[in-house]
Design a protein around this ligand. Structure first.
Ligand SMILES: C[S@@+](CC[C@H](N)C(=O)[O-])C[C@H]1O[C@@H](n2cnc3c(N)ncnc32)[C@H](O)[C@@H]1O
Length: 430
């Protein structure tokens, strides 16, 4: 397919997403099944167009004076993919699979600039109602933070040090030109390409099948490392999901001690069994959810890790559709769950133990605010100093801007080149 046909397909996919309220991944898959002539390169390009349209939906729509799928996709082609507007329009006329040529109004708008009085949430490409929260989190830098959250993410891998060295992983993926991550000592990264670049399919690599590495954003690797789980400890991973953090903790502990991996959702937990086997993680006991599943652990854990259910605002680069679906109701639901899980997690700690709280959110309501509320009712807990945790994990001084008011650590695409994550470690008095 040539670019005009790909643009047309992206408009169809976005229309499908909007009219049928479908997740983007589902709409892209359906398009591929209905258009089997399209190759992997076409599907990747169409996916990039759709995701780019959603990443900068607000500013594309403001510039074009419309948020229709056509307006958004044309804006991506010209603003993000640097196509020449007149040449693009001419190429439409010569291609039977192309969208209609650009109108005079579209041509004039797409080469213009956003006016000086453009609302800040449009410049930041975030929903208007959530802008005050993002401003509270980042102060004067909040628009720049929003803009970086509208970029493309890198593909990051975590070396499974139980089975391989980072050098070995780099060598096995040589053909994708991997680089070392900037902070995580076990990470490997492949920067996002431009335009129609395809994301490397690393999960068919023999190194992946042998358990040498896992796909894991560097931010997720960093918070797992800050958790500071030590060989021989008793650790409860209370929201283990498919086990991304569990596997990182097992490797950090050198398979020594015991991790109890639990999740209240059986379906989310299901993939963990295969992943543990592939990774050679032998110190993990999976506890399936049933009443009283964790009762025997009360008061006994050295460390309880809460990778809390959250709005996922830190992952907007990867799932930009969720940015526009976020609602005050969903945020309220997540914050209520987080408050309850923090109290629940504290129950399993022994005196002197550490409660590790993690979210993949950038919103203070889910981060520092939760810590303030928890500490108010749990005066026997104190936050551990971020600079010391960072030094212990990475042997380097912490970037000053990642420290939050409540001794938390907030990672972002702009500050650390990672997804957005929040971390806070709370020590219980002995
Ligand atoms: C952010 S995800 C965990 C991701 C996972 N730790 C990883 O690294 O791949 C949050 C998880 O919390 C689980 N969850 C939600 N409420 C819970 C609760 N009350 N107790 C335990 N798990 C819960 C969800 O099912 C979800 O799998």
């Amino acid at each position: 397919m040539r670019l005009p046909g790909r643009l047309s397909a992206a408009i169809d996919v976005l229309t499908d997403v909007e009219t049928r309220k479908r997740p983007v991944s589902e709409a892209l898959k359906a398009w591929g099944l209905n258009n089997r002539f399209a190759g992997a390169g076409d599907r990747a390009a169409i996916g990039n167009l759709v995701y780019d349209a959603l990443r900068r939906r607000a500013s594309h729509a403001a510039l074009m004076g419309s948020d229709s799928p056509r307006a958004l996709v044309l804006a991506v082609a010209i603003r993000d993919w640097n196509e020449d507007p007149a040449a693009l329009s001419d190429s439409f006329a010569a291609d039977s699979h192309a969208p209609e040529p650009l109108t005079a109004d579209e041509l004039a708008r797409v080469v213009g600039q956003l006016p000086d009085d453009t609302a800040p949430h449009i410049l930041a490409d975030v929903p208007e109602w959530i802008a005050p929260s993002i401003e509270r989190a980042f102060g004067d830098n909040w628009i720049a933070e929003g803009q970086d959250m509208a970029g493309r993410p890198s593909l990051d891998l975590r070396t499974n040090i139980l089975k391989a060295s980072r050098d070995r992983v780099v060598k096995s993926l040589d053909r994708f030109h991997p680089r070392l991550t900037s902070i995580s000592p076990v990470g490997v990264t492949m920067p996002a390409g431009a335009r129609d670049a395809r994301t490397p399919n690393v999960t068919t690599d023999e190194g992946y099948l042998k358990g040498w590495f896992e796909v894991q954003d560097q931010g997720s690797q960093i918070v797992a490392a800050l958790g500071n789980a030590q060989p021989g400890e008793q650790v409860l991973d209370l929201c283990a999901g498919a086990g991304g953090k569990t596997l990182a903790l097992a490797a950090a502990m050198g398979n020594k001690g015991q991790i109890f991996a639990y999740d209240s959702d059986r379906n989310r937990l299901a993939p963990i069994y295969d992943r543990l086997k592939r990774n050679g993680a032998r110190n993990v006991q999976v506890r399936a959810p049933h009443p009283g599943a964790l009762d025997d652990l009360a008061g006994k854990m050295d460390r309880v890790v809460i990778d809390a259910p959250c709005t996922g605002t830190g992952t907007w680069r990867r799932r930009p559709d969720t940015k526009w679906k976020l609602s005050p109701e969903l945020l309220a639901q997540r914050t209520a769950e987080q408050a309850a899980i923090l109290v629940e997690g504290a129950r399993y700690l022994k005196p002197g133990g550490t409660l590790v709280y993690i979210t993949c959110s950038i919103l203070p309501e889910e981060n520092d605010d939760q810590i303030v509320a928890f500490l108010k009712n749990h005066p026997d807990f104190t936050s551990l100093p971020p600079a010391e945790l960072w030094q212990a994990a990475f042997g380097a001084a912490i970037h000053p801007d990642v420290e939050t008011a409540q001794s938390g650590i907030a990672l972002t695409p702009r500050l650390t080149g990672t997804d957005g994550f929040y971390f806070n470690a709370l020590r219980r008095a002995s």
